[in-house]
Design a protein around this ligand. Structure first.
Ligand SMILES: Nc1nc2c(ncn2[C@@H]2O[C@H](COP(=O)(O)OP(=O)(O)OP(=O)(O)O)[C@@H](O)[C@H]2O)c(=O)[nH]1
Length: 424
């Protein structure tokens, strides 16, 4: 338990949330009268907490967890990754509106706004009552230190909404600080050790359409990817290999969900950040997958080539995914099939590559790869295949949003001017 400050105070509100292997209990509201800011390093995240602010009517607002204003951007409330949310602890004074100016925006991670408290969760679109969503904790450290410029493509849903409002789509740019010290910034994987099989549907275009931009800033994409499959097939090991370049033969079952971040330099102009959600194999039998799947852009479905039963479960995982998650245009999210543990040489299932191609076609996978987390085989390739399809999907969606917009198109002779103006 990681409580902060005066926990005996009435105002202290400890919220615990178990995410994956962590027990998160970071949110303790400051006691009344406490107006200073404290900092707590939590899960590698340096957070400010306990600040108070006096609003125009002299009410003191208390914030259980705060992030610096430099994270604010027009899109931050809808940010698919950081899930910046407005939130307040129960019993504290609700603000009349979201603070419109710096210094603070509240960040919510896995906290469900309480109904009946008059809290902003009921009033603010930035904090829907259903915001019980695990946080992107591994991503915040990078955001809170160093200097970095981010061009952020908003989530697809958000793009669509903005496009409707403004009749054109665009990216948002905001500045925040960043030091590439996290694991995602580590060097790329070593080259493959042996020829491997697999296939990636090549129909996806090479990447997002380039748009004319004033300056050549790197474009950043943030994508949530799911890694799902039966117990013990090697999901965690694949992520560990991909992100941290290590492997352990020790098996420890994932509980709930775990997270990791991988940063890819996609091309000289594009950086892709992958938020990998490692979902416990046992979750298919629980109710949480719907929550975990939310807003994901792609998925790896993993099976163990040494255990045919895990291959049989692949179709169940895929239909679970498709029934709970679709892109804004109603299409299924891109999914890549990983036949893991191919180093064990028992890949009878895969001896006929053609059959696997057929299986993927029938079940809506954009590709399949024989992988080994142990020997680092094909993991980078599988990821590139998935990202390529996600980028292509995003590009298609942006275009369809643009196509949806109805622009008035009148012949010039029929363009009427204001009658009162023409009278003069
Ligand atoms: N030989 C071999 N063993 C592997 C490979 N990948 C994972 N393993 C082993 O398989 C076992 C299970 O791996 P995990 O990565 O924990 O499996 P998981 O799918 O995350 O399991 P859950 O968290 O329970 O869903 C561990 O003992 C790993 O060392 C691989 O590519 N080759």
């Amino acid at each position: 338990q990681n409580s902060i400050g005066d926990t005996s105070s009435r105002a202290c509100n400890l919220i615990q949330l178990s995410l994956g292997r962590r027990l998160l209990s970071p949110y303790t509201r400051s006691p009344p009268g406490h107006s200073g800011a404290s900092e707590e390093v939590f899960g590698g995240v340096r957070e400010r907490w306990g600040d108070t602010k006096i609003n125009k009517r002299g009410r003191r607002l208390e914030f259980p967890c705060l992030v610096p204003s430099r994270l604010r951007s027009p899109s931050s409330a809808h940010h698919p990754l950081h899930r910046l949310r407005w939130c307040q602890a129960p019993g504290s004074h609700p603000p009349d509106a979201l603070p419109s100016s710096p210094p603070w925006l509240c960040v919510l991670k896995g906290i469900k706004p309480l109904r009946g408290q008059g809290g902003p969760g009921e009033r603010s679109p930035a904090c829907p009552a259903s915001s019980l969503l695990p946080a992107s904790l591994p991503f915040l450290p990078g955001l809170l230190s160093g200097t970095h410029r981010l061009t952020y493509s908003p989530s697809l849903a958000h793009t669509r909404a903005r496009a409707r409002a403004h009749t054109h789509t665009h990216t948002h740019t905001h500045t925040y600080t960043h030091t590439p010290t996290h694991a995602g910034a580590r060097p790329q994987a070593a080259p493959l050790q042996r020829p491997v099989r697999g296939a990636c549907d090549q129909r996806a275009r090479r990447g997002p359409r380039r748009r004319g931009r004033m300056q050549s800033q790197p474009r950043e994409h943030l994508y949530k990817l799911l890694v799902i499959g039966d117990l013990g097939v090697g999901k965690t090991s694949i992520i560990k290999r991909y992100v941290h370049q290590n492997f352990s033969s020790h098996y420890r079952a994932t509980i709930g969900v775990d997270f990791a971040l991988k940063v890819l330099q996609w091309d000289p102009e594009t950086v892709v950040r992958l938020q990998l959600w490692d979902i416990a194999g046992q979750e298919r039998f629980g109710n949480m997958t719907r929550v975990y799947y939310r807003e994901a852009m792609g998925a790896f479905i993993v099976f163990d080539v040494t255990r045919p039963a895990t291959f049989e479960a692949v179709t169940k995982w895929k239909s679970d995914l498709d029934s709970k998650l679709t892109l804004p245009n109603g299409k299924p999210v891109s999914a890549v099939l990983l036949a893991n543990k191919c180093d064990q040489g028992k890949d009878v299932l895969l001896n006929n590559g053609l059959k696997m191609d057929q299986f993927c076609k029938e079940n809506g996978f954009v590709g399949w790869f024989e992988t080994s987390a142990k020997e680092n085989i094909n993991i980078d390739e599988a990821s590139r295949c998935l990202v390529k399809h996600i980028l292509a999907n995003e590009s298609d969606l942006t275009q369809s949003v643009e196509a949806d917009i109805v622009k008035p198109h009148l012949p010039s002779s029929k363009i009427s001017s204001c009658s009162s103006c023409s009278k003069s």
